[in-house]
Design a protein around this ligand. Sequence first.
Ligand code: AHR
Length: 489
Amino acid sequence: MHTSFQIGQVDPRVFGGFLEHMGRAVYQGVYEPGSPHADEKGFRKDVLKALRELEMTVMRYPGGNFASGYHWPDGVGPKDHRPKIRELAWQSVEPNQFGTDEYITLCRDTGWTPMLTVNLGTGTAEEARNWVEYCNSVPGTRYADMRAANGSTDPHAVKLWCLGNEMDGPWQLGHVPADQYAIRAQQAAKMMKDVDRSIELVVCGSCNTGLPTYIEWDRQVLEYIGGLADYISLHRYVGNRDDDTPDFLAVGNAIDRQIAEIDAVCRYVQAKQRSNKRAYLCFDEWNVWYKNRSGNGEGQFAPHLSEEVYNLEDALVVAGFLNSFVRHADVVKIANIAQIVNVISPLLTRDDKLLVQSTFYPFAMFSKRKNGASLQMIVDGPKYTAKTYGEAHYVDASAILDKDQLHLFAVNRSLSQEAVVEIELVGARIAALENGECLTGTSPKSANSFEKPDVVRPRLFTEAKIANGKARVALPPLSVTAMTLSLAG
Ligand code: AHR
């Protein structure tokens, strides 16, 4: 590595989360007025305390697929006037007791930056525009006055807005072909920006590399919407369906490739339109998700949906996603792990208990070290050939330079071999290992449970030999290590 070979500043918004009205994410997740853990607003203090440790930045809401059938006016105003509805994305009952104002309060309490997804499935451009006014305008007009009457004279100041969700997916409520979505998105974007010029918009890109419309959807939508799109979204859920751990751990190759391909479309459209404006990437859903795909709430309120249990190999894959985002700091500006509690999440609640899952730890290890510039890195070491994802280094890594500190993140994908790594930086000398953490275990399938909550937990990482301005560390097999090294000139 060279201190001057910088890919770009890591945008802190890459460490975002996603809260959807799905399963028990909202109700029995962040919000449960009847819980012994509830604060005076009904938020679960135990859940929020754990989430604060993740130092998440942006928080996407209210969906997801849920957003495509959601009408935001249902979720504001006196709670006893809000309708209870049958929602169709997850076939559940939505009582609307948590809506825009509760979400904004939650964001203020936690320090999250709000990020709202408008309904471009069954909703209209006008409804989207009205939501911007509700959130961002000063009192004096209808929707801003409505907000003030609901208790917030000051605007909520929501800067980030998604123009629908996964509109390329045939499962999406109101799904239409790319040319029709592009018209909807352009009309909504124009009206939303007419209300508030300062907002930033995320247009729906391809949500799945396997869809036949992949890439072509992105091109069509970007060409039509032009400079109104500040970002284009991409999603990725991965899994170890064939129970092939080395292959699964190499999935980072596919994530790198997906980022490169979507970025290529952005550049293509920018060049074709001779535009100064470039759409950046918003990876607003990503995670491991394959063991529990339940999505039918069968008419229940807060059903148990997609309560995936995570193990060590999943945690290493989560670290691989984050490595990839750091390595692409020049183009990936926002990313949201999907989701934050109960639904495909690092946290699970059961009555008044809370379980911290394996995937919590890599996110925390990266997030506390997120400030600085991503450095170009050459990993020179042994490789293997994964069945699906091709040639992969055993060590997958990224690095962030923050003044006189170097944050280093490394996954050792080997199931059996320690990786002895020499870290060399041109432009500065490594002086000391300031701190480090390592998450590892004996089996890729090791997982925490309510009965045994501490099976997968990071330990301190203190072993580094520093000599001649270089560091030498040994990474255990099947591990993710995050460390901060202090630098001298
Ligand atoms: O995060 C769960 C779901 O996955 C989201 O609602 C949807 O956008 C995606 O398909």
